[in-house]
Design a binder for this molecule. Structure first.
Ligand SMILES: Nc1ncnc2c1ncn2[C@@H]1O[C@H](COP(=O)(O)OP(=O)(O)OP(=O)(O)O)[C@@H](O)[C@H]1O
Ligand SMILES: [Mg+2]
Length: 367
């Protein structure tokens, strides 16, 4: 298959359940070898998308292609696709090795080839030493690895994963995220991974589709989604955001956002074309915001005065919440020195400034 043929292609795909539009005219192209994450809140259509690709539910309208072939009417077992579910669904009375071998044998693979491939994929997921155990003798994370080996051993073109780490505790989840990324690099199978956990998507995906009510709100690399959110929904859903609303106008040193209080907050130079007089919203991430009694001198800073109403010491960083004329602004400051933590702590109840480089301001659409 030439590399420019998408592994998965949805063309104007719509799925309705009665009156519910679960997927609303969605088009996407997933390249071979991608780790593609479908990310979004509950009910936005993530599982529906996966079920359409897997062939478990039919499309209402539109087209689905796998490796260039239109497969709308092809049953699941004839698609070059395999699925890993959240609840593992291992056979409890079969050993780890038998669980992995089962699907291969169903496909007609026979003899020493079965054992060779089972060993290869158990090695890949780090479970070769436990191949004779029963699923109940494994931890949750180990069971999930068996499910992964069982799906990968058939060497599908595409692996579908629906919140596969959802049942694991936080620490194990983090470990499995690193593991999954490694396994993906090794096998280079196309992964389509569903999650509602933005940290999970950011840490593993080559590309993310942020979904909202059956549509794709934005598609891009983790960095694009994080640093250039297309609208307020994406900015709110991914990471933490401060929003500052006001009216753009032309200041003496370039464009500014005028707050209800009359304060003028510098905008990035490139936003000069914003319509004057209409309301605009600027987004800035808490880790880009600094806080103190006085802002640094010189141009290039967006500055707002306010009162520090909350200081939370989190060990490696301190979060300071400041009430301003534009609402609450949170500054999240990392610190390697104790003295810095103490200085931030002393700001509680003080009149302070928050500031950030105008280069970190993102002017966003309402969404
Ligand atoms: N079999 C079904 N019959 C009727 N409505 C359905 C069916 N499956 C899903 N829906 C509806 O379609 C919409 C999308 O559901 P879907 O399961 O794709 O969401 P999701 O993004 O996977 O959510 P979650 O994060 O909660 O798993 C929801 O409104 C849901 O109620
Ligand atoms: Mg779901």
């Amino acid at each position: 298959m030439p590399d420019d043929l998408p592994a998965i292609e949805l063309v104007h795909a719509t799925k309705r359940y009665g009156d519910t539009v679960a997927l609303d005219d969605v088009s996407m192209r997933i390249a071979p070898g991608e780790f593609y994450c479908l990310l979004g809140p509950s009910g936005c259509g993530k599982t529906t998308t996966l079920n359409l690709i897997g062939g478990f539910v039919p499309l209402t309208s539109g087209e689905l292609r796998i490796e260039g072939q239109q497969v709308n009417d092809l049953p699941p077992h004839k698609r070059n696709v395999n699925t890993v579910f959240q609840n593992y669904a291992l056979f409890p009375h079969m050993s780890v090795a038998r669980n992995v071998a089962f699907g291969l044998e169903m496909d007609g693979v026979k003899g020493p080839e079965v054992e060779r491939r089972v060993d290869e994929y158990l090695e890949l997921v780090g479970l070769l030493a436990l191949k004779d155990r029963l699923p109940q003798q494994l931890s949750g994370g180990q069971q999930q690895r068996v499910a992964l080996a069982r799906a990968l051993v058939k060497r599908p073109a595409v692996l579908l994963l629906d919140e596969p780490l959802g049942a694991l505790d936080l620490k194990l989840r983090k470990q499995m995220q690193v593991e999954l990324a490694r396994i993906h690099r090794q096998v280079r199978t196309t992964f389509v991974f569903v999650t509602h956990d933005q940290g999970e998507a950011l840490s593993m995906a080559t590309r993310i589709a942020v979904m909202d009510a059956g549509r794709i709100a934005q598609e891009g690399t983790p960095q694009e989604i994080y640093y250039q959110p297309a609208d307020r929904f994406v900015a709110d859903f991914i990471g933490e955001s401060n929003f500052v609303a006001g009216r753009p106008s032309q200041g003496t040193d370039g464009p500014v956002l005028e707050l209800a209080s009359g304060e003028r907050v510098a905008l990035p130079a490139a936003t000069a074309s914003l319509a004057t007089g209409e309301e605009a919203t600027v987004m800035v991430r808490p880790e880009c915001v600094d806080v103190g009694l006085e802002p640094p001198p010189g141009p290039g800073w967006a500055v707002i005065r306010g009162r520090a109403i909350g200081v939370s010491f989190l060990g490696d960083l301190t979060r300071v919440t400041v009430v301003t004329a534009a609402g609450e602004v949170v500054a999240s400051r990392p610190h390697a020195e104790r003295s810095r933590a103490a200085a931030l702590g002393s700001l509680l109840d003080e009149e302070v400034s928050v500031w950030w480089s105008t280069a970190e301001s993102i002017v966003i659409r309402q969404g």
